[in-house]
Design a protein around this ligand. Structure first.
Ligand code: ARG
Length: 458
């Protein structure tokens, strides 16, 4: 019987069962984490006099040889040994002899796989934090160039009030800031060590879980061995904050698609981030933001998948939990790819200030300011709103924008209008007047940029 667990069995495993139950085709991504966990475990076994130090040395050397193979890409995996843990253990025994069989003392694959997953989640979370930070930096750099660039601000995708383009971009900076903080905060929980929980109940060997945790850089150990091997909430959390991050990426991507359309022409994406059409020679398609928008679907799907796998599982480990991996890898890799593209795409996009500006000139987005003007002259806002509604209706009939009406025309709606209304209505004034904290006035946007700079890591 060639299986590491074959003693109790009298028949070979059905080939289809072997393939169906094996995880090696995907969990080989955990190979280095698995080695790292084993190195710490065997070191602790030696320190606690559970296995002789000379055996520890042999096992460590064997593990390091395997590590080199993994790093060189020459490691051969086999479904016959089901998963990454047994593939490595089998190779260890083949390499250093029966002493390799001592590695699994006081350990189970259940606490082993949980440890690998924690190590992977921790490493990737830290990498994702830096990638989010790079996107924030790209946004910040564009924002700095466009404090005084005006763009129509929208609600309901209807022109509402003009804003600084920097202000619009910086809205995403803060969304990504909260995403980054969510990833940072999640590290607190990823930093628990499951190793030493055994299969579910702990172990009879005098192990030192704190020492293993210390060797692996975990901040604490799971206080309950059953919890340690049963939950995957740290992965649910990773997939969940990733989903929210993808929501933000998707909304920004949607704006890039809209802004680069013929109808808007507010930006032009760099040629290197677009593709052509096989039939229509004039086309330059924003494929990258479109795909970023679409990839949100698989990230949400991975979250739903894992929540559904976990729901209703009795304690402790169940084979169902092997299904935690592919979704996690897929989400992490999708995010890595997305963030790596997003940063340079924002950095290289061309902002068409003039088109933005002429869009601002050709709308009624300064209407609120006439209302505010009448309010400062003593009229209740609600009544002012009514008057301005009538002025806008009149202007539409005259095919004029608000700056083109004469003072006489204004006075026919209210005697309170004076010559200064035209200054109030100028778009520069409209934007600059919104200087409440967090508002779009250039003075406020400059402050916002200073604050944002403090949140960038590098
Ligand atoms: N490949 C398994 C997984 O990913 C490892 C743990 C297996 N444990 C067990 N008792 N069968 O979940």
């Amino acid at each position: 019987m060639s299986k590491l667990w074959g003693g109790r069995f009298t028949k070979e495993t059905n080939k289809l069962v072997e393939e169906f139950t094996a995880s090696i085709n995907f969990d080989q991504k955990l190979a280095l984490e698995d080695i790292e966990g084993s190195l710490a475990h065997v070191q602790m076994l030696g320190e606690c006099n559970i296995i002789p130090l000379e055996d520890v040395e042999k096992i460590k050397n064997g593990l390091l040889t395997i590590k080199q193979k993994i790093e060189a890409g020459t490691m051969k995996y086999s479904v016959q040994h089901e998963d990454i843990h047994m593939n490595i253990e089998k190779l260890l025994i083949d390499t250093i002899g029966p002493v390799g069989g001592k590695l699994h003392t006081g350990r189970s694959r259940n606490d082993q796989v949980a440890t690998d997953m924690h190590l992977y989640a921790k490493r990737k979370t830290k990498e994702l934090i830096l990638l989010i930070d790079a996107v924030q930096t790209a946004i910040l750099n564009q924002a700095k160039d466009h404090v005084h660039t005006m763009i129509p601000g929208y609600t309901h995708l209807q022109r509402a009030q003009p804003v600084s383009f920097a202000h619009h971009l910086l809205a995403y900076f803060w969304m990504f800031q909260r995403d980054k903080e969510r990833f940072q905060d999640s590290l607190k929980r990823v930093n628990w060590s499951p190793l030493g929980a055994g299969a579910l109940a702990g172990t009879t060997f005098p192990i030192n879980r704190e020492r293993v945790a210390e060797l692996l850089g975990f901040e604490m150990v799971y206080p309950n061995s059953m919890d340690a091997v049963s939950d995957r909430d740290f992965i649910v959390e990773l997939l969940s904050i990733s989903s929210l991050l993808m929501t933000h990426i998707s909304r920004l991507s949607e704006e890039l698609v809209i802004w680069s359309s013929q109808e808007f022409q507010f930006i032009e994406l760099d040629d290197s981030f677009c593709t052509g059409s096989s039939i229509m020679p004039q086309k330059k398609n924003p494929d990258v933001p479109e795909l970023l928008r679409a990839k949100t679907g698989r990230v949400y799907g991975n979250l739903m998948g894992l929540l559904t796998v976990l729901k209703g599982l009795p304690l402790a480990y169940n084979k169902d939990m092997q299904e935690d991996k592919e979704g996690m890898f897929d989400t992490v890799e999708t995010l890595e790819g997305s963030l790596q593209l997003l940063a340079p795409m924002i950095e290289t996009m061309i902002v068409k200030k003039e088109t933005m500006r002429s869009a601002v000139n050709q709308d009624f987005s300064n209407a609120t300011d006439i209302a505010d003007y009448l309010v400062t002259k003593g009229i209740a806002f609600r009544d002012a709103h009514e008057v301005i509604g009538k002025i806008v209706l009149y202007a539409i009939g005259e095919k004029k924008y608000l700056l083109a009406l004469t003072l006489e025309e204004y006075k026919s709606f209210s005697p309170l209008f004076e010559e200064d209304i035209f200054e109030v209505l100028s778009h520069e004034h409209v934007v600059a007047a919104r200087k409440s904290y967090g508002g779009t006035a250039p003075s406020q946007v400059e402050n916002q940029i200073k604050l944002a700079e403090k949140h960038v890591l590098r």
